[in-house]
Ligand binder design. Structure first.
Ligand SMILES: C[S@@+](CC[C@H](N)C(=O)[O-])C[C@H]1O[C@@H](n2cnc3c(N)ncnc32)[C@H](O)[C@@H]1O
Length: 225
C-alpha cells in the first residue's frame, strides 16, 4: 500500500482545487446541509472551537463557526492553493497545510468541541488510516462531537482516482462507512444520521456500476462511552 497522503500534499490536493473551482462567495447548499441538519441536536451544547479535516477553502468551517457561535476554527488541508484562498476570506479560521496523519504539523491545535470530516476519509491513505483516525480522536474533547459525511456502500470497493496517471491513488469506500470505525471502538455514540443517494454525483464509470456505491451517510457522533 502506498502512502497516498504524500501524493495529495505534493500534487493532487492543488490539482483538485483547480479542477473544482466555484463561486467562493457562496457556500454550496450541499455543504451547508451537512451542518444544518444537526443544528437541533447541538443546540444545548457549547461549541467554542471547531476543527475541520480536509477543509478545502474553509467555507464550511467558517459557516459552522457562525452557526454555533464558536470563537475559533482550525482547518487542516493539503492544498496550499485552497488555504491561500481561505486565508483571504475567513479571519476566524487558522489553516494548517498538512494531512490528518501528520500530527506533528498540527500538534498546537487544542482539543475541540466539534470536528467536521466532509468527504475526506475515503481519500486517506490506507497505509496511515489508523494514524489519521487516532489523530482526529485525539483532538476531540470528551463529550465533544464529530460530524462525518462519507460513502455508505454495501461492499468495500476502491476506485482509482481517474485524474491521476502517475501514481496509485484511490477512493476507498467501506461497509458501514468510516462512521462505523468510530462506533466499533465503543467511545462514540451515534446521535443522529441520514443515509441518502446522491443522484447528481457523477460516478467514475469505468468501474462496474452498482447503485449502492453512490449511497452516502451524514452522521453526528458524540465522544462518550
Ligand atoms: C472531496 S474533497 C472535500 C473537500 C471539503 N471537505 C468539502 O466538502 O468541500 C477532499 C478534500 O480532502 C483533502 N484531503 C485529501 N487527503 C487528505 C488527508 N489525508 N488529510 C486531510 N485532508 C485530505 C483534499 O485536499 C480535499 O480538499
Amino acid at each position: 500500500m502506498k502512502n497516498q497522503d504524500k501524493y495529495y500534499l505534493k500534487n493532487e490536493a492543488d490539482a483538485f482545487f483547480y479542477r473544482n473551482k466555484y463561486n467562493f462567495d457562496n457556500i454550496p447548499s450541499k455543504k451547508k446541509d451537512l451542518v444544518d441538519k444537526f443544528q437541533n441536536n447541538l443546540k444545548h451544547s457549547s461549541i467554542k472551537n471547531i476543527l475541520e479535516i480536509g477543509c478545502h477553502i474553509g467555507d464550511l468551517l467558517n459557516y459552522s463557526i457562525t452557526k454555533f457561535k464558536a470563537d475559533k476554527g482550525f482547518g487542516i488541508e493539503p492544498s496550499k492553493e485552497a488555504i491561500t484562498e481561505g486565508e483571504k476570506r475567513f479571519e476566524k479560521c487558522s489553516f494548517y497545510n498538512t494531512v490528518a496523519s501528520e500530527m506533528d504539523n498540527f500538534k498546537d491545535i487544542p482539543k475541540c468541541d466539534l470536528i467536521i470530516v466532509n468527504d475526506v476519509f475515503c481519500w486517506m491513505s490506507r497505509e496511515t488510516i489508523f494514524k489519521s483516525l487516532a489523530n482526529i480522536d485525539n483532538k476531540i474533547n470528551d463529550n465533544g462531537f464529530i460530524i462525518i459525511r462519507d460513502f455508505y456502500p454495501n461492499f468495500k470497493i476502491r476506485n482509482r482516482n481517474k485524474h491521476v496517471n502517475d501514481s496509485d491513488v484511490y477512493c476507498h469506500k467501506i461497509v458501514g462507512s468510516h462512521v462505523n470505525l468510530f462506533l466499533q471502538i465503543g467511545c462514540y455514540q451515534l446521535i443522529n444520521s441520514q443515509v441518502f443517494i446522491d443522484d447528481n454525483f457523477n460516478l467514475s464509470l469505468p468501474n462496474k456500476y452498482d447503485y449502492s456505491e453512490n449511497r452516502w451517510i451524514d452522521a453526528l457522533l458524540k465522544k462518550t462511552w
